[in-house]
Design a protein around this ligand. Structure first.
Ligand code: SDX
Length: 380
């Protein structure tokens, strides 16, 4: 685009979507898009996925090191004790359920929870951030229970995060494979570099706005279908296709009509998303336990039909969908579940931003008319 010739504001050409722009250093996670490798604080998620707990990942992101048993027990207890919401917040949820989406309700809950927290100095922030990690899961469970007109199930702080959430959501004790499946999901989605929602949290924290303001920004950002909202849309697609033999025509039509296929493509990965194989494996195990492979096989066929037509990567949201659906999670809770995991990364990034802050303020290239003559309104 040619600039107005007398544009004094000589800035460089913008990079659409900030693709490839490195905005800051972090020690929290590294995403190798060329090789499809994701590491948290240097540990490959392949080693964490089936051999650790979400609470260990929280310790890793907060302490920059995997915990010993004593630290893990302390973290499990603290997160358990944090799975409590003030009664006033439950009243807000009661008011909103049925009128707004669960994700909009969750965004409001985070904002309201900020009113029950004092602004504290940096060194007292980790316990405050941890409270939010615990509270998010309880909020998601209560949103569901209240809209289904079911009694609220109080948290049991002696249980692990995944087990207790499923118990609060469904009102019954989950099986071991269900606990393992949610645990895997929460580990794998906990952090992922400067994705849009994490970056929005850091931009907000960069002004020294408080933690809850930063996390409210993140929740709003995650809700978009190009980001965290894709998992629900991917499940809609799998259900709509319904049969393996219908996948080819569905995908062909999607490509012909230039639709974005939910669960595919990524700004960073040039090969399949590092998290995909683990999510796919666990989703398959869940559906095998249910004794009904039809929807899982439809998902596999959709993936095949996409890749037969276009070299486009399968991202985290595609197999997250049948995994969460296999846990009997309602589709419109899929993105809130994403937030339940990513709250660990978001809060860790906000703490990292505060520790070495500089206001995040990029430039814009002005391409409009320059030096226009003002005319009083009676002359316009
Ligand atoms: C997440 O950033 C993160 O790390 C995010 C995340 C995390 O953990 O935080 O990994 C989680 O958000 C995963 C992404 C979930 N979103 C979706 O599944 C929505 C569908 N995907 C697309 O909208 C898209 O792939 C994005 C938004 C994810 C990435 O978009 P880009 O990098 O801007 O890529 P693009 O839209 O410019 O597409 C490049 C090309 C285009 O083809 P051409 O016009 O050049 O021929 O690839 C095509 C696009 O048409 N393409 C797709 C596609 N994604 C890209 N075509 C069909 N379906 C798709 N999904």
């Amino acid at each position: 685009m040619s600039l107005p010739k007398d544009n004094k504001d000589s800035v460089s050409e913008p990079v659409k979507g900030l693709e490839g722009i490195v905005a800051a250093d972090t020690t929290l996670s590294s995403v190798n898009g060329e090789k499809g490798i994701l590491r948290y604080c240097g540990y490959n998620i392949d080693d964490l996925a089936f051999s650790s707990t979400f609470e260990e990942t929280i310790c890793l992101l907060y302490d920059n090191e995997l915990p010993n048993q004593e630290r893990l027990d302390e973290m499990t207890r603290k997160v358990g004790e944090a799975r409590v919401l003030p009664d006033e917040v439950i009243k807000v949820i009661t008011e909103l359920v049925g009128k707004t989406s669960p994700m909009s309700t969750l965004r409001t809950v985070v904002s309201v929870l900020g009113h029950y927290e004092k602004n504290v100095p940096l060194k007292e922030l980790p316990p405050k951030a941890l409270r939010l990690v615990g509270q998010i899961s309880t909020a998601v469970a209560i949103i569901h229970r209240l809209r289904e007109k079911l009694p609220i199930i109080k948290a049991d702080p002696t249980k692990g995060h995944s087990e207790d959430f499923l118990r609060m959501l469904h009102g019954k004790d989950p099986s071991d494979i269900q606990i393992n499946a949610l645990n895997l999901y929460l580990i794998l989605l906990a952090d992922h570099g400067f994705n849009a929602s994490t970056f929005s949290a850091r931009v907000t924290a960069g002004t020294l706005a408080n933690l809850h303001s930063a996390i409210t920004s993140a929740v709003g950002t995650l809700s978009g279908p190009l980001h965290g909202g894709a998992n629900e849309k991917a499940m809609d697609m799998i259900i709509e296709v319904g049969k393996k033999k219908k996948a080819s025509a569905y995908i062909q039509n999607a490509f012909d009509s230039k639709q974005k296929i939910m669960g595919f493509g990524h700004r960073v990965y040039k090969v399949d998303d590092a998290r995909k194989p683990h999510l796919k494996k666990m989703a398959k195990q869940l559906w095998e336990e249910k004794g009904n492979m039809e929807l899982f096989e439809v998902a596999e066929e959709i993936e095949k039909q996409v890749k037969d037509r276009k070299q486009i990567i399968t991202n985290v949201d595609f197999y997250s969908a049948p995994l969460l659906y296999g846990l009997d999670i309602p589709k419109d809770l899929f993105t809130p579940l994403f937030a339940m995991s990513r709250i660990a990364g978001w809060t860790a990034h906000v703490l990292e931003q505060y520790r070495n802050n500089r206001l995040i303020r990029p430039r814009a290239r002005y391409v409009g008319p320059i030096d226009r003559t003002f005319r009083p309104i009676e002359q316009r």
